[in-house]
Design a protein around this ligand. Sequence first.
Ligand SMILES: Nc1ncnc2c1ncn2[C@@H]1O[C@H](COP(=O)(O)OP(=O)(O)OP(=O)(O)O)[C@@H](O)[C@H]1O
Ligand SMILES: Nc1nc2c(ncn2[C@@H]2O[C@H](COP(=O)(O)O)[C@@H](O)[C@H]2O)c(=O)[nH]1
Length: 204
Amino acid sequence: MQEKGLLIVLSGPSGVGKGTVRKAIFSQPDTSFEYSISVTTRKPREGEVDGVDYFFKTREEFEEMIEQGKLLEYAEFVGNYYGTPVDYVQETLNKGKDVFLEIEVKGARQVREKFPEGLFIFLMPPSLSELKNRIVTRGTETEDIIHNRLQTAREEIEMMELYDYVVENDQVELACERIKAIVKAEHCRRERVEHRYKKLLEVE
Ligand SMILES: Nc1ncnc2c1ncn2[C@@H]1O[C@H](COP(=O)(O)OP(=O)(O)OP(=O)(O)O)[C@@H](O)[C@H]1O
Ligand SMILES: Nc1nc2c(ncn2[C@@H]2O[C@H](COP(=O)(O)O)[C@@H](O)[C@H]2O)c(=O)[nH]1
């Protein structure tokens, strides 16, 4: 039987660098995870492409997806819906491939309930002032939205104990290496446990 892939969840406050770190991980040729593209009702930012960065939907379309059970998880974040299409995740895991989700904490909590065996990683900023600096410097949000995202960031950071690992994003390359090392170690741990049980059964 085909071994299932690992579900990797990366969360962290808005502006910490999740997208930057994720893009850096996926730009490396030895990365074997598959990225799950989310659905959102947020308007595209300059340069964002439908079907690449997100699947952009209206609120009506998104709510229809909720009703039809097409989302593994979803949450409302600072005025917009965000969600993970369930079919893509299930099909990819069933093919034995690892799936990488980059989602906020309320959604991650729902995923934890459905996939307790997933690997949950929380990305931390070096400080709150650096977090503010990053989200302001990105220049994609209005002052009001930045304020709301930073308020939400405090609540999100309080939820970091729900995660298996906390990784600091002081430098993008280092954060990428830490995340890849965690995934590698998790694979080794699972293989070892399975191997040990198989050996045990052979002896019995
Ligand atoms: N290690 C880092 N050092 C300095 N700047 C960084 C670092 N990582 C990311 N940044 C910068 O911080 C800003 C926010 O990064 P990014 O958009 O990746 O954050 P995010 O966590 O995905 O945000 P959101 O949740 O709002 O989508 C970007 O301008 C990015 O270039
Ligand atoms: N619960 C979910 N959260 C998601 C998903 N896709 C992205 N996100 C998170 O939303 C915020 C805001 O994103 P932005 O692109 O508007 O800056 C951020 O924390 C993302 O990680 C999802 O499918 N589900």
